[in-house]
Design a protein around this ligand. Structure first.
Ligand SMILES: NC(=O)C1=CN([C@@H]2O[C@H](COP(=O)(O)OP(=O)(O)OC[C@H]3O[C@@H](n4cnc5c(N)ncnc54)[C@H](OP(=O)(O)O)[C@@H]3O)[C@@H](O)[C@H]2O)C=CC1
Ligand SMILES: O=C(O)[C@@H]1CCC=N1
Length: 274
């Protein structure tokens, strides 16, 4: 990374820690990272790695070039409002990872007229396999766009979307997506056990298979449907599994779940965005 702005993570929970972990393993200097929370002792591990920690969000804002808002959407308004004066004074780039909450709400809560990027990351950022969707409001300039890309690309891939509402679709695909794969893994491990394997063996085979399938999908020119066909011998075993999944509606179940996810992101904006 050529330029290394000072970053302030407001709320150092699961998502911030995943991004921070990815940045640190990508040699981002720890002393250029601030992390805040409600209890200082919960941030001890980050402090021990050389980061600045505080319960004072305004102190972190004052030190930062880029402020990453990573508290739960339900408390974002209260947290942002308390930071408004410091944000207006120091004019950092604000990146919010909160699901649903729109740029204009954040801008208003933070005192108005501000460069705001909305980012929908995911927790595989921790192992530099993250996937983030990005949207910038009109005040974000080219250099701030490229700073945002540099940070998020240090944790995986980062793609700009054209409209803010597309971030709801990003949330449904990749933001929440790791949980879908974990659910699939849970179900496969349980079914493997029912079929006679030990839990440990079922777990190792399931995880390695997920990794292998993802890797081959990433490296191959063929699309997932073609890769699936290559596993599925006519009148063979996979065919029986796939026919059962399709007969019992798995594709529709996935589409319905993702629609519900996107609808929830939209509803969060309506419930909490005022
Ligand atoms: N988890 C995920 O996979 C993803 C999450 N997101 C978004 O990331 C955001 C955070 O989610 P997640 O990390 O899962 O949630 P967490 O609850 O794990 O983290 C939120 C953190 O905010 C801290 N916090 C609470 N109040 C304040 C405050 N006043 N000032 C500073 N920090 C505070 C909490 O600290 P304490 O424990 O001390 O109260 C907590 O550590 C959400 O908006 C979510 O939509 C986006 C994409 C994926
Ligand atoms: O469940 C949530 O609301 C957050 C946003 C995407 C993933 N986790």
């Amino acid at each position: 990374m050529s330029t290394q702005p000072t970053l302030a993570f407001i709320g150092a929970g699961n998502m911030s820690r995943a991004i921070i972990g990815g940045l640190i393993s990508n040699q981002y200097p720890a002393d250029k990272i601030w992390a805040t929370g409600t209890q200082l002792e919960k941030l001890d591990d980050l402090k021990q790695q050389g980061m600045h920690t505080t319960t004072d969000n305004n102190a972190a804002v004052a030190a930062a070039d880029i402020v990453i808002l990573a508290v739960k959407p339900q408390i974002l308004k209260a947290v942002a409002t308390e930071m408004a004066a410091a944000v207006q004074q120091h004019q950092p780039l604000v990146i919010s990872v909160a699901a649903g909450i729109m740029c204009n709400s954040m801008e208003e809560w933070l005192g108005g007229n501000l460069a705001v990027v909305r980012c929908m990351p995911n927790t595989p950022a921790l192992v530099k396999q993250g996937a983030s969707g990005l949207y910038a409001n009109p005040q974000v300039n080219e250099s701030q766009r490229s700073q945002t890309e540099q940070i998020m690309q240090a944790t995986g891939i980062a793609l700009w979307v054209e409209t803010e509402s597309q971030l709801n679709a990003v949330t449904a695909v990749s933001g929440s997506g790791p949980a879908y794969y974990f659910l699939m893994m849970e179900a496969m491990v349980a079914a493997g056990e029912r079929l006679g394997l030990s839990r440990e063996v079922a777990e190792q085979l399931t995880i390695q298979t997920a990794l292998g399938a993802a890797d081959i999908a990433r490296q191959s020119d063929a699309d997932p449907a073609e890769l699936r066909r290559r596993v599925t011998s006519p009148k063979g075993t996979t065919e029986q599994a796939i026919l059962t999944f399709i007969d019992q509606g798995l594709p529709e179940i996935i589409a319905n779940g993702m629609q519900a996810c996107s609808d929830r992101a939209e509803a969060l904006a309506a419930e909490l965005g005022k």
